[in-house]
Design a protein around this ligand. Structure first.
Ligand SMILES: Cc1cc2nc3c(=O)[nH]c(=O)nc-3n(C[C@H](O)[C@H](O)[C@H](O)COP(=O)(O)O)c2cc1C
Length: 242
């Protein structure tokens, strides 16, 4: 059994440490565009009023949030989906050239893209969608029933098949690594954690059920979303149900 200290992960931690001697060392990495858009995709605008969440209390939400894996057949509404998208990645302010969002991001570089596998959402056909952050709309990548496939790719975890919708987060590494080099990899995973926690708390506020999932066959998920797995790769899911 190899020792933890000889693992690739440990090596990665070691090599991505920041130290005084490494400050100022920069890798030559070309940046990537700030936003991804599917120009020719069918667009589904998301409602911007989604205040049916009542007045949830943050402290109560923190106390009650749990990973929940039993879902009913009842769909979620498009308003609820819009609220979830906004909680995850909504734009909240503009500062110079940066569009700041609900979740923090190292260097305000926002390397995380959001995809939706819709299963039971009122007013939205089953299918795969990309969330266009600036347009606050969904871009349809494919119509059809993909939920079974998402569950199989997620190591066959059965509860995923019953979800109303799955948020799939990918990373465009170059956005963050062009500035932070190797250390940027750490920041990308921190970024997605912030986004996912926003989403989980928003689901709790909407009285929905949610569970984060990191167990997935990376290349198969990339294939499903037509991501190349190099410039952009799927890294995390959140299943949401009623
Ligand atoms: C990075 C990460 C990956 C996870 N992956 C899975 C998963 O693949 N399947 C699953 O059922 N739960 C998954 N979970 C949920 C954890 O099992 C759950 O958060 C943990 O048991 C604590 O329970 P709580 O979320 O209800 O507090 C994951 C959670 C995190 C943070």
């Amino acid at each position: 059994m190899p020792d933890m200290k000889r693992s690739l992960a440990y090596l990665c931690l070691k090599e991505t440490k920041l130290s005084r001697s490494r400050l100022g060392q920069r890798l030559e990495i070309e940046p990537a565009p700030q936003f991804k858009r599917y120009a020719v995709a069918e667009k589904i605008p998301l409602p911007r009023e989604f205040s049916d969440a009542g007045e949830p209390n943050l402290w109560e939400l923190l106390q009650s949030r749990r990973s929940r894996r039993t879902y009913s057949q009842e769909p979620i509404s498009l308003h609820q989906l819009a609220a979830l998208c906004w909680a995850a990645q909504g734009i909240t302010a503009k500062a110079g050239e940066y569009y700041l969002r609900t979740a923090p991001s190292a260097g305000a570089l926002y390397p995380i893209e959001t995809y939706i596998a819709a299963n039971r959402v009122d007013g939205l056909p089953k299918g795969l969608f990309h969330f266009d952050v600036t347009g606050f709309q969904l871009e349809c990548l494919a119509k059809g029933d993909f939920i079974q496939q998402v569950a199989e790719i997620s190591l066959g975890q059965g509860f995923i098949k019953k979800a109303s919708t799955i948020f799939i987060f990918s990373a465009i590494h170059r956005r963050t690594m062009a500035k932070y080099g190797n250390r940027g990899l750490r920041y990308i995973f921190m970024d997605v954690g912030h986004i996912a926690q926003n989403l989980l708390l928003a689901a709790e506020a909407l009285k929905l059920k949610a569970c984060p999932v990191a167990a997935l066959f990376d290349d198969e998920m990339n294939d499903l979303l037509d991501l190349d797995g190099e410039e952009e790769t799927a890294i995390y899911l959140v299943a949401i149900g009623t």
